[in-house]
Design a protein around this ligand. Structure first.
Ligand SMILES: [Zn+2]
Length: 112
């Protein structure tokens, strides 16, 4: 199943409570407040794969868990966000056009 991409949406604006969100992925949707670059779309497609592996719900539970873990360690909200293994994988691999085709299942675990 291909992701459903919705651009120029207000949803990311409403969800920007703790951190500024420019795009959010909720399998199978990728929703962004502006037009997305190819790099951003690749970033979000990596999250689609992570969510598929974790049946969406466990992705979000772990996502919040890793974010809180960073906060407890004294990180700022942005630092805590960047420390989340799902984001680590997405940020490191979003420039690689072929990554999604060669990505191994549960590749995000390398970033724990
Ligand atoms: Zn991300």
């Amino acid at each position: 199943m291909k992701p459903i991409i919705i651009q120029n949406s207000k949803i990311p604006v409403y969800l920007s409570v703790f951190i500024s969100i420019s795009a959010i992925t909720l399998f199978p949707f990728i929703i962004s407040r502006d037009e997305m670059s190819d790099v951003t779309i690749r970033h979000e497609i990596i999250h689609i794969e992570q969510q598929r592996e974790l049946l969406v719900i466990f992705f979000y539970i772990l996502y919040v868990w890793y974010w809180l873990k960073g906060k407890v360690k004294g990180m700022t909200s942005d630092e805590a966000y960047m420390s989340i293994p799902f984001e680590q994988e997405a940020y490191r691999k979003m420039y690689d056009e072929n990554y999604i085709n060669k990505r191994k299942r549960n590749a995000w675990k390398k970033y724990i």
